[in-house]
Design a protein around this ligand. Structure first.
Ligand code: MN
Length: 408
């Protein structure tokens, strides 16, 4: 008897508005579904955050529906737990319930309380209705409620005891599925401590984006995020679905691997315009030595500290050059050195077809000089440098007045 356990896929996420990561996450999802179909487990369990949003974009939705149909058509039922990201804030049907209505053998239990039941009856019903029985396997899906932490703690205190009781009374193999943190693994939003987890044969968790495999006392697993969604998630090297064999006394797990590109982090400091290229090159070169996946161009999150004499735009232009030189994708974050006390970040500028320099020249037919002055004006205004702003205004009125009048 085998199941596949996944969590925190975050399909539809587009961190830093990067299309490359959006596509990567979809690739990671597709690759995982290929593995699931290949392994043919008795069920696929997703312990929350299948989607990054309660209203995913249509492309994400279409891909998930098509792949889920393939999975269920090959005889693998899918059990979905609601997560923080794919549960809507207000009372309405969830996207997971929509999937469950649309595709046979997709389950997404979420208890809706009835007005006439007392509290104890309700808790009992929550637990009973969260149970999915599939061929000698009882799966219990803990409900995710979008309420504040104190309320979720109170709920967990009551529900986990009832789950434990119910699970003990089962004659089948049991799986408990939940999307929450537990103390001491992630304290800040833990709903209970680890001892409170019910005594199921296997506990399929989600929410913590780091991979945790615990075999002592209670057997539980956090598969971790399928793809690194931020710099803090990069240290996780193991990514992919968890294959769990429940035939023996103890679950036997196998970590299936998917092939994602490297996500790295580098930090550089630029003090003068003339150093931009060399500093970028040096910063990237060091990181390129540590690349594990040689087949896919890596993503490098580049934290750039700069003095205010260095224009953001000059850095962004140089980055495009460095990306081609090293075959990397850089996600820049710019900060001014002088302004450490304020947390103000100079956001990276748009590149490619939306490059504002190109727009000013090609669309508005401005000269290079005027376009440069206007962008400098924008940069200096963003960076709050009043004296530079006045200086640029002065230049514009001397050198570009005729051009600008033409635009009015
Ligand atoms: Mn998540």
């Amino acid at each position: 008897m085998q199941i596949v356990h996944m969590s925190d896929l975050h399909v539809g996420a587009r961190p830093h508005n990067e299309k490359i990561i959006y596509n990567d996450i979809i690739d990671a999802f597709n690759e995982s579904m290929d593995l699931v179909i290949r392994e043919k487990p008795d069920s696929l369990i997703i312990a929350g955050d299948l989607f990054d949003s309660p209203k995913p974009d249509n492309d994400s939705l279409k891909i998930v529906i098509n792949r889920f149909k393939e999975v269920t058509n090959s005889g693998i039922p899918i059990i979905l737990a609601h997560g923080e990201h794919d549960t809507p804030g207000r009372k309405e049907s969830t996207i997971l319930q929509v999937l469950s209505s649309a595709i046979p053998n997709v389950y997404a239990p979420l208890y809706e309380s009835k007005s006439n039941e007392d509290e104890n009856t309700m808790f009992l019903n929550v637990v009973k209705e969260s149970k999915i029985s599939l061929n000698k396997l009882d799966i219990y899906v803990y409900p995710y409620k979008k309420v504040n932490l104190d309320m979720r703690k109170t709920l967990a205190d009551k529900l986990l005891k009832i789950y434990d009781k119910e699970i003990k009374s089962s004659n089948n193999k049991t799986i408990f599925v939940a999307h929450f943190s537990i103390d001491p693994y992630l304290i800040f939003d833990a709903v209970a401590d680890v001892q409170k987890l019910p005594n199921a044969n296997y506990i399929a968790l989600g929410h913590i984006h780091e991979r945790i495999i615990n075999k002592k006392d209670k057997f539980f697993v956090y598969p971790g995020s399928l793809y690194p969604l931020s710099i803090s998630e990069m240290k996780n090297k193991e990514r992919g679905p968890i294959l769990v064999d429940l035939s023996g006394d103890e679950p036997d797990i196998q970590e299936l691997k998917i092939n994602i590109r490297d996500n790295l982090f580098a930090r550089i400091s630029i003090e003068e315009e003339k150093d931009i290229l060399n500093k970028l090159r040096a910063g990237i070169e060091v990181k390129m030595k540590g690349i594990l996946n040689k087949n896919k161009e890596p993503i490098i999150y580049l934290d750039i500290e700069k003095t205010k004499d260095v224009y953001s735009r000059s850095i962004i232009q140089a980055i495009t050059k460095i990306e081609n030189e090293f075959n990397v994708h850089i996600i820049p974050e710019l900060r001014n050195i002088e302004k450490k006390e304020s947390s103000y970040n100079v956001k990276a500028l748009n590149r490619g077809s939306l490059d504002p320099f190109n727009i000013l020249i090609n669309e508005l037919k401005l000269s290079d000089n005027t376009a440069k002055l206007l962008l400098d004006l924008r940069d200096m205004a963003l960076e709050g440098d009043e004296s530079k702003v006045i200086e640029i205004f002065d230049k514009l009125s001397k050198e570009s007045l005729d051009e600008l009048k033409r635009l009015i």
